[in-house]
Design a protein around this ligand. Sequence first.
Ligand code: NDP
Length: 495
Amino acid sequence: MADIAILSAVQAFLHKQHGQFIDGAARSGSGTRTIDVVDPATERTIASVSSAGSADIDAAVASAQAAFHGAWARTLPYQRGVLLNRLADLVEANAEELAQLETLCTGKSIHLSRMIDVGQSAIFLRYFAGWATKITGETITPSMPSMQGEQYTAFTRREPIGVIGAIVPWNFSMMIGVWKIAAALTTGCTVVVKPSEFTPLTLLRLAELAVEAGIPPGVVNILNGYGDAGQALIEHRGIAKVSFTGSAATGVKVGQGAMAANLTRCTLELGGKNAAVLLPDVNVYGAVAGLLQTGFVHQGQVCAAPERVFVHRSRIDEVLDKMSGGLAQLNIGSPLDEAVQFGPLANKPQLDKVLGYLDEARRQGQVCHGGRRLDRAGYFVEPTLVRAGSADDVLMREETFGPVISFLPFDDEDELLGWINDSPYGLSASVWSNDLSRVFRLIPRIQAGTVWVNMHTFLDPSVPFGGSKGSGIGREFGSAFISDYTELKSVIMRF
Ligand code: NDP
């Protein structure tokens, strides 16, 4: 097969001189640096973006504040829902353009860009749209004794917290951006989003669509720049809450910076070293199919992907054999080729990081499939399986965020739980078995924000998602996000 044809709208968008999107309009950045956007499948520069300077950061926050107190404050909850639904319609109407932009910046397969970054974004927008009319407080009867026969009643209001500073990583730049934009808008907040320097384009296009949908200027602003622009944004005193998704190391810096700047509230969605557990009765075909799909989709660059797999000793040879067989059949190549299942890593620093882990695995003699860079242009590495020597191996402890899964046999359930939980991370885990009594006994003992059973990496807008321990603070989705994007005000009345 061959690459799909790039739409003329995409070619035109790539040729534009990009920068910032502030107060409903595109403008060039006042920063001194230019971001070259590189297609990871070809290593060619495909677009260029002028970076934000401090004047842009001030302007973006000022525009978001003006909209927060002005046009957006006057927009009724049901109208906010209507506008988010309209944005979802426009995402679908421009689906192929958005999907191609996402694939060109990230190396994600075109199928995945269509299904996840575009398709799921529309679903998330519609889900969040529904919350706009359902954010309520409580009524309370106070218990203090009456002194002079007076009575009291009280109620709470959930008020939008203000301007959200949203920081988005490069792996699902559009979808994760949408999670934050939709949560902000449905609660009545406005937002300044900083995408990763590697993926500045899709959110710029989405911001244009937001204006086309009728969302007032200033409600959605996009700041493009490097890490220092993100740092300046989260430390800006006009930001009421930071919603950050990215690595644990940056997350700690962001959390400290936001707190020190203005006691700014923070939600942190960070990395993971997610465990999958295959119990003795596991359906090996089902588990192998699930691990192949969720461990190697987007070349393993998924925060919740299974990176360490504990298999009961009685089944591990069979599992590794079938995993290896499955990987041998993977069609590796250009992410714009619809027949391809596995493409390049998303950027050069990510390639260097993963190659370092592959060197480590080879040094230890642990690689049982793959393990090398592919000899072709682009940031391609082989999908890799590692048979670990112990739970303390580097590849069993550190997040590779790449197409590398490590396997370790276990015999004893207590020892297994010790290995799973002896990790600074706690994002997600999965248990594969039809022995429900055993599964239900394990679930409360696994330290993770999400536990899947007989599947892995299934995100739904109605189910809260976030990390325990070093994987983060706060939850997205469900009703859990509402408390993070609103301030609770108590009103007490005497009568
Ligand atoms: P990084 O932490 O490197 O970057 C995340 C974002 O933060 C980028 O936009 C980056 O900008 C920005 N940034 C960098 N430095 C600062 C700073 N000092 N202040 C504010 N912002 C800053 O993560 P990656 O982009 O490499 O993403 C991969 C990581 O994200 C993995 O660890 C993965 O597990 C995690 N992740 C977690 C998810 C979750 O929901 N829990 C989901 C997806 C990913 P720039 O790129 O321009 O430097």
